[in-house]
Design a protein around this ligand. Structure first.
Ligand code: GDP
Ligand code: MN
Length: 389
């Protein structure tokens, strides 16, 4: 789960990472009031889960109330690379002498957290990594030993930061590491980490990703989910407890088992189609579960055809077929005219397909092989594209 800047800064404050003072605002009036409370100059910052807000006009300094109002009006509703700004963070303006970059990220290949520090702060760190990788100093932390003072000193030395701020930057890294561990984050990134002209060190930006699988241990963080900017299909799937990932294409996919789901995506792509989602329906054959999953698939307006790829293992195909027939009857009642291709194979495969065939369901095509099913669904999607309903 990605947090908004101000939410990340709340976690920072909880753990003693110095950040500028700020207030949240969701309307122009709230923004003006927050700016008055903070005082001028202040910064009006768009709260969206995407970097590069500065360049997109989502961050503006206000010298007085009129400017605060004008900036809030300009930024609220602004579209920043597909995300609409609905919230602002009003923050006391900081004077910047130097901009650094600092982060803690979980490095899976090393099975350890990786600390990074660079003097090339304030800009796109991916670009720095491409053009000047030596400008980023990195160091793994043994998760059992935790952060030690030498980590901070070594990184500061390797990155080449100003000598007089080695201590406070080291202290900040220690606290960022604490945030990372205590909040069970997979990423804690500060860009820029600034040094003010009077040599104070502060986190001017915050990018935090929390581990979804650990959220049950952090009830207070689960509330931070940004529902307004979450994809509607992914939100719906999450609420229904489904393993669903939205993709760009127009062919809805439902398979049982993650491996089969993945290979189904590959087959559809190989047949010249473009999958609209990954969805693992799990082992069951219950009509409600299938109907619920199909509702999520069809709620994506791009979907033109759907492929069910079900392998009956423990759940026999005849049981699956009964569930599917019931589900199709429920879906059919919804009045959707989207074609379905069903590939059903495995235990009692023939019986299952016979049941489906006898049910004589309109707009449902039965296939016994994965290749055949993938080709059929791609063909149907192309037909639908050529002759839109
Ligand atoms: P991002 O563009 O989405 O990463 O947003 P940031 O919070 O990192 O802000 C982008 C840039 O805006 C920073 O690198 C700063 O140069 C500038 N900025 C943000 N807040 C302040 C501030 O309080 N004072 C000054 N002078 N510049 C700021
Ligand atoms: Mn930034």
């Amino acid at each position: 789960m990605d947090l908004l800047e101000y939410q990340g800064k709340q976690l920072f404050t909880r753990r003693g990472v110095p950040v500028p003072q700020g207030r949240h605002a969701a309307s122009v009036e709230e923004a003006v009031q927050a700016a008055d409370e903070i005082g001028y100059p202040c910064v009006v910052k768009a709260q969206v889960q995407i970097g590069g807000r500065g360049k997109a006009g989502g961050i503006k300094v206000a010298q007085n109330r009129e400017e605060a109002r004008a900036h809030a009006e300009a930024i609220l509703g602004l579209d920043i690379r597909g995300l609409t700004v609905r919230e602002l963070w009003i923050e006391e303006a900081s004077e910047i002498a130097v901009e650094y970059y600092a982060s803690v990220v979980f490095d899976r290949s090393a099975k350890a957290p990786l600390l990074m520090l660079s003097t090339q702060g304030g800009m796109d760190i991916e670009a720095v990594a491409d053009e000047d990788p030596d400008a980023i100093a990195g160091l793994h932390v043994d998760p059992l030993l935790g952060f030690q003072d030498f980590h901070g000193r070594r990184l500061a030395f390797e990155a080449g930061i100003d000598e007089d701020v080695v201590r406070p930057v080291g202290a900040m890294l220690a606290k960022l590491y604490e945030v990372f561990v205590a909040e069970e984050a997979t990423l804690v990134e500060v860009n820029p980490l600034i040094v003010t002209p009077d040599r104070q060190v502060k986190a001017l930006d915050a990018k935090v990703t929390l581990d979804d699988n650990a959220l049950f241990r952090h009830a207070e963080n689960a509330e931070l989910r940004d529902l307004s900017n979450e994809d509607p299909q992914e939100r719906m799937a999450k609420e229904r407890g489904l393993t669903y990932v939205k993709l760009d294409g127009d062919i809805g996919i439902l398979a049982n088992g993650a491996g089969l789901s993945m290979s189904t995506l590959d087959l559809v792509a190989e047949a010249g189609g473009s999958p609209a989602n990954f969805l693992d329906a799990g082992g069951g054959s219950k009509a409600e579960a299938i109907t619920s999953a199909v509702e999520v698939i069809l709620s994506n307006p791009k979907v033109k055809a759907v492929l069910f790829n079900i392998f009956g293992g423990i759940t026999r195909c005849d049981e699956v077929a009964r569930g599917l027939i019931e589900a199709f009857n429920q879906i059919g009642a919804g009045g959707k005219s989207i074609p379905f291709v069903v590939r059903l194979d495995g235990t009692n495969g023939e019986e299952g397909r016979a049941l489906l065939a006898d049910a004589n369901l309109p707009n449902v095509f039965i296939e016994s092989t994965m290749d055949g099913a993938a080709e059929k669904v791609v063909e149907l999607a192309k037909q639908a594209e050529a002759a839109p309903a």
